[in-house]
Design a binder for this molecule. Structure first.
Ligand SMILES: [Zn+2]
Length: 193
């Protein structure tokens, strides 16, 4: 019996397949759109939504395929400060080399160099596209970067988070009072009075 759910999943990621078997030697251009349905396929990811265009210039050689990627668009991520959704622009340029060979040089295999056997006929680019978009994101994401406004930071949430961290500090200070050094300091201060 076929699993209806996994069939649905592959339907979305199947949009990012490139059939290379019948491609003539030379350049071919492919375009893909990346949207919410795409990001939903990668559970637990940092990107909740996005609208990006992916252009791939594929250069077919006899035993090799070179793919140049150009990715551009907007993604939705969480703000580091207020935890609300933040939309930022992003772009990525990268090159992937796929060797068509039945013997694999393990020392050469990497994120940018793949091997496919001579009886394969398609490349799945979804994972590469997803990881490239993740790589293109800035390490810190908050309202105020890349054309976004600090005014959009959720001020109520910021206050709540600030109160939380103040409470934490309070707890630390209370824990300190059991420290004998603190008692000595108190004694010292009392003696001064
Ligand atoms: Zn924010």
């Amino acid at each position: 019996m076929r699993d209806v759910f996994s069939e649905e999943v592959s339907k979305i990621l199947n949009r990012y397949l490139v059939q290379f078997k019948g491609l003539a030697v030379g350049q071919h251009v492919f375009s893909f759109d990346v949207d919410k349905a795409f990001f939903d396929e990668f559970e637990g990811g940092e990107i909740s939504n996005g609208r990006l265009s992916v252009e791939v210039i594929l250069n077919r050689l006899s035993n090799m395929i070179e793919l140049d990627f150009f990715i551009e668009g907007d993604v939705e991520v969480k703000c580091d400060r207020c935890l609300e959704v933040l939309t930022i622009p992003t772009e990525f340029e990268g090159k992937l080399v796929v060797r068509i060979s039945d013997s694999i040089d393990e020392s050469e295999v990497s994120d940018e160099i793949w091997y496919v056997s001579s009886n394969e006929h398609e490349l799945s680019l979804a994972q590469y596209i997803y990881e490239s978009i993740c790589l293109s994101l800035p390490l810190q994401r908050y309202h105020g970067i890349l054309g976004t406004s600090t005014d959009d930071c959720d001020s109520e949430m910021l206050e709540r988070l600030q109160t939380l961290s103040l409470d934490e500090n309070q707890e630390v200070r209370e824990a300190d009072t059991t420290d004998s050094r603190w008692d000595k300091l108190k004694d010292l201060m009392n003696n001064q009075n």
